[in-house]
Design a protein around this ligand. Structure first.
Ligand code: SF4
Length: 390
């Protein structure tokens, strides 16, 4: 069996390989380093490098011991985060050593525990099983950023998780659990800051404006493991769901090696159901097209299987939202159905900031009648929407 460890799994350019074809590698060994913004990449298995292209392809050895090569000793927590190659596990993969190197003196570390995309549940499982690891990772990041308070931001519907976390947090004077509204996109950085701190950030403004850092649950897990166990990021927690035999409600797999093909976990979850359509990597709202052999990366969260797209050769209008599928993805879906895109509109709350459209007030979603009428006027017979409301 072979796995493919992508050289680009984060914001920034692809990493530079430091191994050669034919070389034996050990689990945890550093195999690629960033050139500029990026994060270290480590082998997630024992094996031999058989190809290097946009990924380092490793043929698995027969024996796969639990032990891994630890990251080197460091003088600071930030250095450990950097050595371990930690990136934001819940989003685009921003290098964590850069994010946590910005002090928020006396401010806040907000844990994004919203698990906002439907079907996904691996973060909730992790918090149920290892609440103390999350809290430890949070304490480390509070120390790195000089934050005074740590808030775990979660939806109250996760009652079991709240009770489990509460037992750990009750002994931590500077850490509290805070409630997020049960809506999408409650996990958006600006929504979390608005709901928890009452600060309304402008589109494009960073959490540091509110003297805060926002971090995903699994990122904090990786921080705790890097500092306590010297473990690099070589695994990912994922949820498999959708048109899978037996269970369509989401099956979680914890600590799967980065680089493994998603199809392996689809099979373990029950295999493709007879009515299986497209494989989607990511959540239902923001996921992208994938294949059975697409490799798991440091940011892969959901491995979902859709229904077979219906045939529909009508003229489509596209309606975009910042927090959902963008024009490229919506066009891909229309074309997969046999339709044609004749017009595109954005939710009226989307404003251009530095060449990118951002939502003015995420989660305070307006009606879209005006946009729908504009699309109809442009010839659309049917509308496909990436907007999260209405
Ligand atoms: S206001 Fe519009 S762009 Fe913003 S989250 Fe709602 S639907 Fe999306």
């Amino acid at each position: 069996m072979e796995i493919s460890i992508l050289l680009r799994q984060h914001v920034g350019g692809p990493c530079k390989p430091i191994v050669e074809v034919g070389q034996e590698v050990k689990k945890g060994q550093l195999i690629a380093v960033p050139e500029g913004l990026g994060a270290n990449i480590h082998a997630s298995v024992y094996g031999r490098v058989v190809a290097i292209n946009d990924a380092i392809v490793i043929e698995l050895a027969d024996e796969q011991p639990e032990e891994f090569v630890p990251i080197k000793e460091t003088d600071s927590y930030i250095e450990a985060v950097k050595e371990a190659g930690i990136v934001g596990a819940g989003g685009a993969g921003f290098p964590a050593h850069v994010k946590f190197n910005t002090p928020v003196d006396g401010g806040y570390v907000l844990v994004n525990a919203a698990e906002c995309e439907p079907v996904l549940k691996h973060n909730i499982r992790f918090m149920n099983e290892n609440p103390e690891v999350l809290v430890q990772g949070l304490k480390y990041v509070m120390e790195m950023t000089k934050a005074a308070k740590g808030y775990i931001c979660i939806k109250p519907k996760h009652k079991k998780t709240l009770i489990t976390l509460g037992k750990v947090v009750k002994n931590e004077p500077n850490i509290e659990i805070k409630y997020l509204p049960d809506m999408y996109p409650a996990g958006d950085e600006r929504v979390i800051i608005r709901e928890i701190l009452g600060v309304e950030l402008e589109p494009g403004q960073l959490p540091s404006v509110a003297n805060a850092v926002v971090s995903n649950v699994e990122t904090l897990k990786n921080v705790a493991l890097a500092i306590d166990e010297r473990r690099p990021v070589i695994t990912k927690d994922v949820t498999v769901g959708g048109r899978i035999n037996g269970d369509v409600d989401g099956v979680t797999f914890m600590d799967v090696p980065v680089g493994m093909p998603v199809g392996h976990y689809i099979e373990l979850a029950g295999g493709l159901a007879p009515n299986a359509g497209e494989i989607v990597i990511g959540g239902p709202f923001t996921g992208k097209h994938g294949e059975m052999d697409s490799p798991i990366t440091k940011t892969t969260g959901g491995i979902l299987v859709s229904i077979v797209f219906p045939n529909d050769n009508r003229k489509f209008g596209i309606l975009q939202c910042e927090c959902g599928a963008q024009s490229e993805r919506l066009t891909e879906i229309v074309e997969a159905m046999g339709g044609t895109v004749v017009a595109a509109e954005r939710c009226k709350r989307m404003v251009e900031v530095n060449g990118r459209y951002r939502c003015d007030k995420p989660g305070e979603c307006p009606g879209q009648t005006e946009k729908v009428l504009a699309l109809k006027k442009a010839g659309a017979q049917v509308i496909i929407a990436g907007s999260c409301q209405d």
